[in-house]
Design a protein around this ligand. Structure first.
Ligand SMILES: Nc1ncnc2c1ncn2[C@@H]1O[C@H](COP(=O)(O)OP(=O)(O)OP(=O)(O)O)[C@@H](O)[C@H]1O
Length: 375
């Protein structure tokens, strides 16, 4: 689905905004602190019912407001759907689709998958494995429907098992029951993740490497192998082995294996390339991985993806920035991008006329015409 209208009320420093969006590129420019990221954050909140900046939803409410609302018109095959999310001061969120309350907040993300690139995203190669797992799980969530159910079940079982281990004094037989379920679900998650790399991601990056004009930036993809490094027990696990693991986990008061401890390695010619990447190369490589991910989701689900790009990197060389822009457009996603200056709009206009430009000032969003941008 494509967003054609966006309305924001009481979100961060935005009192009210109502904008008509373009199906390809939407540029929000303005000074630091003007409210650009808040616009992307409001879209992310509509899609995922959470923020990418805070776990405290209350911080999203504009100072002095007890309610916020974000709504959008979503276009799909000449039909318009209205999706909206509200948040009250007591922390309750309510999602509505065409006027009907949707009980599962994750439903919005299924309607319009949202991929995010922020200045922090590039740390994915060096930060904790959690960031790498989240990146790939996002694809799995959209591509393999069963994954979500197994993921929820696994986390529920893990939480209960960890609670038992922390409480202590639990009978080993009782723990054995929980561990059997846990091992089973952990294996399913690991299988899904390995399959996703094998069936989708590896193909997408080698396909992208062939499609793109070869240069030192896009060559980052050449011979790149992404490996899933699981932290699993053996395939055929006996009760005896489980009891040994339980013994160990009782001492550490937590489950010591499973997909929440797994990692992904980025290998080039058999070597881990993360430690060799410059900041600029990491940014470029991340853009390439995002495009591969967007392509996979689009091809397998036929859905349009919303790409939120906070602060298109300025501290990269001209060639790299140009390749990044081309990458974003190559993804065929609907793009929402922020920057300080309006030259970013002109850069996109070199490639497409399908660009809407908005000036953001003290929380006020105003659309600008082509003539204002390119007099
Ligand atoms: N709950 C809130 N109520 C009112 N204002 C807020 C709230 N939370 C944050 N702000 C303010 O909103 C403003 C906009 O922040 P935002 O991060 O969206 O700006 P930005 O344009 O992306 O800035 P930068 O270019 O520096 O990243 C900031 O001045 C911030 O202090």
């Amino acid at each position: 689905m494509l967003i054609s209208q966006l309305k924001i009320f009481g979100f961060r420093n935005i009192e009210t905004a109502s904008i008509t969006t373009d199906k390809r590129v939407n540029v929000f420019y303005g000074k630091n602190g003007s409210g650009k990221t808040s616009i992307l954050e409001s879209l992310f909140f509509l899609s995922r019912a959470k923020s990418f900046r805070t776990s405290k939803k209350g911080e999203l409410l504009k100072d002095g407001c007890s309610l916020l609302a974000v709504s959008a018109d979503l276009e799909q095959q000449s039909k318009t759907h209205k999706l909206g999310i509200g948040l009250e001061g007591n922390g309750t969120s309510k999602l509505k689709l065409d006027g009907e309350v949707v009980t599962k907040l994750s439903q919005a993300s299924i309607l319009f998958p949202t991929q995010l690139i922020t200045p922090e995203s590039f740390d994915v190669f060096w930060s904790s494995p959690k960031a790498r797992r989240s990146f790939f799980d996002f694809g799995l969530f959209h591509v393999e429907h069963e994954f979500q159910n197994d993921w929820i079940a696994y986390n529920k079982t893990l939480k209960q098992t960890n609670a038992l281990l922390r409480r202590g004094g639990v009978n080993q037989r009782e723990l054995l029951f929980w561990y059997r379920g846990l091992v089973d679900l952990a294996q399913k998650i690991d299988d899904f993740r390995e399959l996703f790399l094998d069936k989708h991601f590896s193909k997408a990056i080698s396909g992208l490497a062939l499609e793109l004009e070869s240069n030192e930036r896009t060559d980052l993809l050449k011979n790149l192998v992404i490996r899933y490094k699981k932290k699993a027990l053996e395939q055929e696990v006996s009760d005896e082995m489980l009891l040994k693991q339980i013994d160990k986990d009782i001492r550490y008061k937590q489950v010591g294996f499973g997909p929440n401890r797994a990692d992904y390695l980025f290998l080039k010619d058999g070597e881990d390339m993360s430690s060799r990447l410059s900041r600029g190369q990491a940014k470029m490589l991340f853009y390439l991985l995002v495009v591969a991910m967007v392509n996979i989701i689009k091809q397998t689900t036929k859905k349009n993806i919303l790409l939120l790009v906070d602060d298109l990197p300025s501290e990269v060389d001209q060639q790299t920035r140009q390749t990044m822009l081309e990458m974003l457009l190559h993804s065929q996603a609907q793009i929402f991008v922020t920057g300080i200056e309006n030259n970013i709009a002109r850069e996109f206009m070199n490639y497409t006329d399908s660009v809407n430009v908005f000036h953001v000032e003290h929380g006020t969003v105003r659309q600008e015409s082509m003539e204002q941008i390119c007099p």
